[in-house]
Design a binder for this molecule. Structure first.
Ligand code: COS
Length: 377
């Protein structure tokens, strides 16, 4: 069992500690799942997480607020047990983040389904020509009568191909660059929306390039005010970036657990690997990085839950440090496993593949550095 002492930190209330204990018991019963067919696994995980009540935390109905500490605790715990379970949970929140934060009553109708696990959500932000630079978004949304007509392409869209709905950011032209974007709610069945390509990645999960070919949406599809799409997207990312750090933390804790078990078991030349001072030094560095990451993740979550208007700096620090540190911790865990560390099917080999994307998605590490540096000026 991983170190749970962090739950005593003052960032948490008793309800968080209770939730962490119940989720741990749920994970022991339900995870890991077979990843053989990633689409089927994700559908099954969304249904199971919905039935277990966990997805209720991924959205906020009218008068409710997202509790970022809860989201982080759930992501950290799921990631420690099964990366795909964390992915399935996280996307329901990120996909519907704009609706939770800015949606109308009618748009929030979808939340009941994504929170129950009967609908799957995606966030269609990234484009082939506008990766990190959201202000360059080229997908357009133009008015035709009271309808909106969307044209363009979105890529690296998680849950692309299995989602029932997407939040999409498109150019509506109220101003230049970041000032001319709006957010829309786009059902997957909207005519003109197609999956142009399924993208295979090193830690498989549903991922696709989407083509929007004159996708017609009704008047009520826009989320938030006209021209506010960039701020909608950034506000959503501010809420969810600490949770990416939390997932990385879960992967890192699992890697340390695996490493501790390994060095206690292996006896090269008779003595335990764990008794070598150099190994102890590595283990100490791993534990230090994990605690530092946890402090940054839960500091950001606690600040948002406490009512901070904007946590761009805290969220960026949490995501940047926790994902980079987790990569180092996992790499060391692989090293401490020797040849076994790179064998397919060994836990640390899976973690090594899982962690890499977290340093890229929802704002690559250098984007987080930019956000932090701008806040210093
Ligand atoms: N919350 C609210 N408003 C924000 C904001 C935030 N976190 N960040 C920026 N804004 C506002 C700014 O205040 C500014 O508003 P005003 O013009 O009214 O002053 C406006 O948005 C433009 O901000 P800025 O000039 O900082 O934007 P840039 O185009 O320079 O881009 C980065 C900033 C690169 C940080 C942004 O594009 C980004 O985060 N990119 C990464 C995207 C990403 O994470 N993609 C992964 C998707 S996977 S789901």
């Amino acid at each position: 069992m991983s170190d749970r002492s962090f739950l005593d930190w003052p960032f948490f209330d008793d309800r968080h500690r209770d939730l962490a204990a119940s989720l741990e018991a749920w994970c022991d019963r339900h995870l890991p799942v077979d990843h053989g067919d990633a689409d089927a696994a994700c559908r099954g995980l969304v249904a199971a997480l919905g039935a277990g009540g966990w997805l209720a935390h991924t959205g906020a109905g009218a008068g409710e607020r997202l509790d970022i500490r809860t989201l982080c605790l759930i992501r950290e715990t799921l990631a420690r047990h099964d990366g795909l379970a964390d992915f399935a949970f996280a996307m329901q929140g990120l996909g519907m983040g704009a609706v939770s934060l800015f949606g109308t009553e009618a748009q929030r109708g979808w939340l009941a389904r994504t929170r129950a696990g009967t609908a799957i959500a995606g966030f269609a932000l990234t484009e082939p020509g506008a990766g990190s630079d959201v202000a360059q978004t080229a997908t357009t949304a133009r008015r035709e009568g009271t309808d909106w007509v969307l044209e363009g392409e979105k890529t690296y869209i998680s849950n692309g191909g299995i989602a029932d709905l997407y939040v999409v950011i498109a150019r509506t032209g109220e101003g230049e660059g970041a000032k001319g974007l709006s957010a829309f709610l786009m059902p997957a069945e909207a005519p003109g929306l197609s999956v142009a390509e399924r993208i295979e990645v090193m830690a498989p999960h549903p991922l696709a390039r989407l083509r929007l070919d004159c996708v017609r949406l009704g008047e009520g599809a826009r989320i938030g005010a006209a021209g506010q799409g960039f701020k909608v997207a950034m506000t959503v990312l501010d809420h969810f970036r600490p949770t990416v750090g939390a997932a990385a933390l879960g992967f890192a804790r699992r890697a340390l657990d695996e490493a501790l078990a390994r060095v206690a078991r292996v006896r090269p030349g008779g003595g335990r690997l764990a008794d070598h001072q150099i190994v102890q030094g590595h283990l100490a560095d791993m534990a230090l990085k994990i605690d530092a990451a946890a402090l940054l993740v839960y500091r950001a979550a606690w600040a948002k839950d406490g009512g901070a208007a904007r946590i761009s700096r805290e969220a960026a620090m949490a995501k940047l440090y926790a994902t980079e540190a987790a990569q180092e911790v996992i790499d060391m865990a692989v090293q401490l496993h020797g040849g076994d560390g790179v064998r397919t099917g060994v836990a640390v080999e899976g973690l090594y593949r899982e962690i890499r994307a977290l340093r890229i998605y929802e704002g690559a590490s250098d984007v987080q550095r930019m956000v932090i540096a701008r806040g210093l000026a």
